[in-house]
Write a protein that binds this ligand. Structure first.
Ligand code: FAD
Length: 325
């Protein structure tokens, strides 16, 4: 059977989401001789970026190239990576010995049964609703000083505040350019922070932002509500980070909202364990600030846990089948 087709029967693990977290998890499981199927919608969070930065040994690799290599590595060890969207996943009748089982359905009608699940669906970035902003996401509109800060160094940068937490964003981007403007855009900015900004040469604009202006080479500036335009080449903006939950409601995984409207994530414990026996979560779906390296590492760790859990279950089952002496 081709490595991009669905196997029949019950597999050891289904991985929902084939980004860095899911693929690294699948790689560990496949190398442990576990039957594993990754279902991936092919829509990773960093798709708009030119390269993956800050990843040792692979710095600057295009995101699609990194994932292509990851899929090849999983398939090399017998794992399956199947393009598709999971539309439902839910606990099914456990085995007679009480080992968990899950039923997974795909948008194209495909069906899978699994002993364990690794949820690695990533997150969605929600941008503030400012005309002209979204079209530049990942290029002229950035969020992460470690992902693309070096690439925009020394440019005229504007921090578009979305909450008081954007103050922290500003001091990080100040490390990358001497030409930084903070657009408070209706957020609170106390006197102490204004003093600190002045000391670092950060200009503050309190007039609300009306729209982002652009030209053939990308962002050119910010139009304010009073009609002025402030020239900027790059805008840094903190997005709201929402774990991707499509198709997962049937698992009833606990979720939590993080402070300062930062976002919403799946709650997970050590190595991605959840309150639902047999289900693990890794990557941005639970750790909203994880970069590619941390997401991949979390997937690998969760997979090692899953393999250990399966090894215990397999040994328990073997003991039950061994006649008493
Ligand atoms: C613009 C931008 C640039 C970035 N640049 C960098 C960088 O330079 N360096 C760095 O380390 N990090 C960078 N990041 C962060 C990086 O994107 C994340 O750390 C990483 O993508 C998290 O990996 P993940 O596997 O958790 O999720 P993702 O990579 O988002 O993968 C999740 C996958 O799950 C799939 N999926 C979701 N739901 C379903 C479903 N129901 N059924 C099937 N599949 C599903 C999605 O289609 C997707 O392919 C950047 C982020 C952004 C937004």
């Amino acid at each position: 059977m081709a490595a991009n087709e669905l196997p029949t029967g019950t597999v050891d693990a289904v991985v929902i989401g084939g980004g860095a977290a899911g693929l690294n998890g699948a790689l560990m499981l496949a190398r442990s001789r576990r039957s594993v199927v990754v279902i991936d919608g092919g829509d990773p969070r960093n798709a708009p970026a030119e390269g993956v930065h800050g990843l040792l040994g692979l710095d600057g690799t295009p995101p699609a190239e990194l994932l292509r290599r990851g899929r090849d590595e999983v398939r090399h060890y017998g794992g399956h990576v199947v393009p598709g969207e999971v539309t439902s996943a839910a606990p099914a009748e456990p085995s007679p010995e009480g080992d968990p089982r899950f039923a997974v359905a795909l948008a194209d009608g495909g069906r899978l049964r699994a002993r364990r699940l690794l949820v690695a669906t990533g997150l969605r970035d929600v941008l503030p609703d400012i005309p002209g902003l979204a079209g530049h996401w990942g290029r002229g509109v950035v969020h992460c000083p470690y992902c693309h800060g070096w690439e925009v160094r020394d440019e005229p940068i504007g921090v578009l505040a979305t909450s008081p937490a954007s103050v922290h964003h500003a001091v990080l981007f100040r490390q990358l350019t001497d030409d930084l403007t903070y657009f408070a855009h209706g957020t609170d900015l106390d006197d102490d922070t204004r003093t600190r900004f002045t000391a670092r040469g950060i200009r503050v604009i309190d007039t609300p932002v009306e729209r982002v202006e652009s030209g053939p080479d990308g962002v050119t500036g910010v139009r304010l509500a009073d009609g002025r335009t402030v020239a900027r080449r790059v805008l840094a903006v903190a997005t709201t980070l929402l774990a991707r939950t499509e198709g997962l409601a049937g698992l009833r995984l606990p979720m939590e909202d993080l402070p300062n409207a930062m976002g919403r994530r799946f709650v997970a414990g050590m190595a991605g364990t959840t309150d639902v026996p047999g289900v693990w979560v890794a990557g941005n779906a639970t750790d909203l600030t994880a970069q590619v390296g941390a997401s991949a590492a979390a997937g690998a760790l969760a997979a090692a846990h899953i393999n250990a859990d399966l090894a215990t279950a397999d040994t328990d089952a073997a003991v039950r089948l061994t006649p008493a002496r």
